[in-house]
Design a protein around this ligand. Structure first.
Ligand code: C5P
Length: 219
């Protein structure tokens, strides 16, 4: 059995982008690499937790044997797996860059080139974070991420409340070396009392800071 300050704890982590199908060969996606989510999964597992890692399509391998990886593609599939696995979890960290919109219809056949414009109609996806926020019981912790391009503090605090997070990790696209595809990240942790700013670090080091804070909350 495992030692570490998260021994015996079950942690659910979402990671990576989602792909929303337009037709059999095309999708709407985003630039998320999944690196931050995978670093969090490794850190939790190394500290003794049983990790369920629900991940969108990424070019990464989970190393630790206590990481149970579930591959999904779309926001709907990620929502289904996240909801199912949250019930048994002591904490969830929602690191995935879930698509906010998905095509209203998916074509059965590859869409042909035409002279006219192609109009894609998108409908909103389910907000996984808000759903888990409503499901959350008193013993469970919920951690969210926010990537903001403007009004970062205000937007992050709004999300903290709306999605019922215990704390939210803010990463700003305005900082060079932070966010999508990078190996480094610069974060702030915001809760209902305070904001703590951290310096630019590797995603492995950032994961330690985030899990230190989560472990503190789970005591
Ligand atoms: O509102 P926004 O998408 O910026 O919120 C970001 C946070 O919400 C992240 O923790 C992200 O994983 C989560 N989220 C989610 N389901 C969505 C959209 C975002 O869980 N459909």
């Amino acid at each position: 059995s495992a030692g570490g300050d998260l021994a015996g704890k079950k942690v659910l982590i979402t990671a990576g982008p989602t792909y929303e199908k337009i037709d059999p060969v095309r999708f709407v996606g985003n630039y998320s690499s999944g690196k931050m989510g995978f670093a969090l999964a490794e850190e939790c597992a190394a500290r003794g937790a049983e990790v369920t890692l629900v991940t969108g399509p990424v070019q990464l391998q989970a190393v630790h044997s206590r990481i149970h990886r579930i591959n999904v593609e779309s926001a709907a599939e990620m929502a289904e797996q996240a909801e199912m696995n949250f019930k048994q979890a002591d904490a969830a960290i929602l690191c995935a860059a879930v698509a906010d919109f998905t095509p209203e219809t998916t074509a059965d056949h590859k869409i042909k080139r035409e002279k006219d414009d192609l109009v894609l109609k998108l409908k909103p996806t389910k907000d996984i974070a808000a759903t888990l926020g409503r499901m959350k019981t008193s013993g469970q912790k919920l951690v969210g991420f926010a990537l903001e391009t403007d009004n970062e503090q205000e937007n992050a605090q709004g999300k903290l409340e709306r999605k019922n997070f215990d704390f939210i990790v803010l990463n700003s696209l305005n900082d060079s070396g932070a966010g999508f595809r990078c190996d480094t990240n610069k974060i702030s942790i915001i809760d209902r009392q305070q904001r703590i700013d951290y310096p630019l670090k590797s995603k492995t080091e950032v994961a330690k800071d985030i899990i230190d804070r989560l472990a503190e909350e789970m005591k």
